[in-house]
Design a protein around this ligand. Structure first.
Ligand code: URA
Length: 307
């Protein structure tokens, strides 16, 4: 990832970097750990391709974890969308998804991960969010957005949710997944015995594409450094890609989402699972049972049984 390209957000990042370097040079040693960890994020060279690899689900040699956040599953209330998803759950057959045979995935490069204490994660996310707010790398998106939609959630989340791009509601509020698709996602989160605050939620794009069109490859590429920055700081164990835009862009694959389901991939140290986007479920409700099947399988790989 590189932040040295010349627009307003990047100028801010460059200024932060110069400031950190100069503090480091003038012997501010109590910042040095942070500087050491932050500098590669702000100015690491352009990335070389790495192929994401499939990994096995939990086995006896690869023991399961006790819960998605090391705290075991939690009971939550049922927000909007939960009831709808409960119905889909009841329609789900119990058959396990098979691990698919390896296919072809393209090039994608994970960022260098940062292993920061909570306070530093909060600080770094805030800094990155400021850079994002000033980003004008995609002129059409910068011109038409109300605001950027950075991401929300636990800076120490074990699970990151990755969507496509903000829609009208997200553009209006600055928060990802708050519209109809977000309400359905809330139902899925509740069905998985999680709370929104436990996970970290962001998108491939941080600006709404006009008319909710698909992000162009160029826009996804422009936004990648922000996504990789968030992944580097949050350093999740798991990433769930909601829909093919998330899966294709994160993993650099052209495989259809239907082919990617039921497999775990690696992105850096994160294990990646792909399933249908909640917007697709709104258009195609019978697919909700497939997503529930995916969730049961995915949490099963962590040793968490969903019912
Ligand atoms: N769809 C997405 O992919 N992301 C959002 O934030 C909202 C809808």
């Amino acid at each position: 990832m590189t932040i040295d390209n010349g627009d307003a957000g990047q100028r801010l990042c460059r200024a932060i970097r110069q400031e950190l370097e100069s503090l480091g040079r003038s012997g501010v040693t109590h910042w040095n750990t942070e500087i050491t960890q932050l500098l590669p994020l702000l100015a690491s060279p352009a990335v070389a391709p790495v192929e994401p690899t499939r990994i096995q689900a939990a086995t006896s040699e690869n023991p399961p974890r006790t819960g998605p956040n090391n705290t075991g599953p939690k009971n939550t209330g049922h927000p909007s969308g939960a009831q709808e998803f409960e119905m889909a759950k009841r329609a789900t057959k119990t058959a396990a998804i098979q691990m698919a045979a390896p296919g072809t995935v393209g090039a994608a490069t994970p960022p260098k991960l940062l292993d920061l204490p909570l306070a530093d994660r909060v600080k770094q996310l805030e800094k990155l969010q400021k850079c994002v707010a000033g980003c004008v790398k995609c002129p059409e998106l910068a011109r038409t957005r109300t605001q950027t939609v950075f991401g929300v959630g636990n800076p120490q989340a074990k699970i990151m949710f990755l969507g496509e791009a903000p829609g009208a509601d997200e553009d209006a509020t600055g928060v990802p997944f708050v519209g109809k698709a977000g309400q359905l996602l809330d139902g899925i989160i509740a069905a998985c015995k999680l709370q929104r605050e436990e996970i970290y939620i962001c998108n491939i794009l941080r600006c709404r594409p006009p008319g909710n069109r698909l992000p162009s490859p160029e826009e996804a590429g422009n936004c990648r450094e922000w996504l990789d920055g968030q992944i580097a700081i949050v350093n999740p164990d798991y990433i769930i890609c909601w829909g093919s835009t998330a899966a294709k862009n994160l993993l650099g694959t052209t495989e259809a989402i239907g082919k990617l389901r039921g497999q775990l991939f690696e992105y850096g140290r994160a294990k990646v699972c792909c399933t249908y986007h909640p917007s697709y479920l709104l258009r195609n409700p019978p697919a909700k049972k497939d997503v529930w099947q995916d969730m049961k399988w995915f949490f099963g790989t962590m040793g968490v049984e969903l019912k």
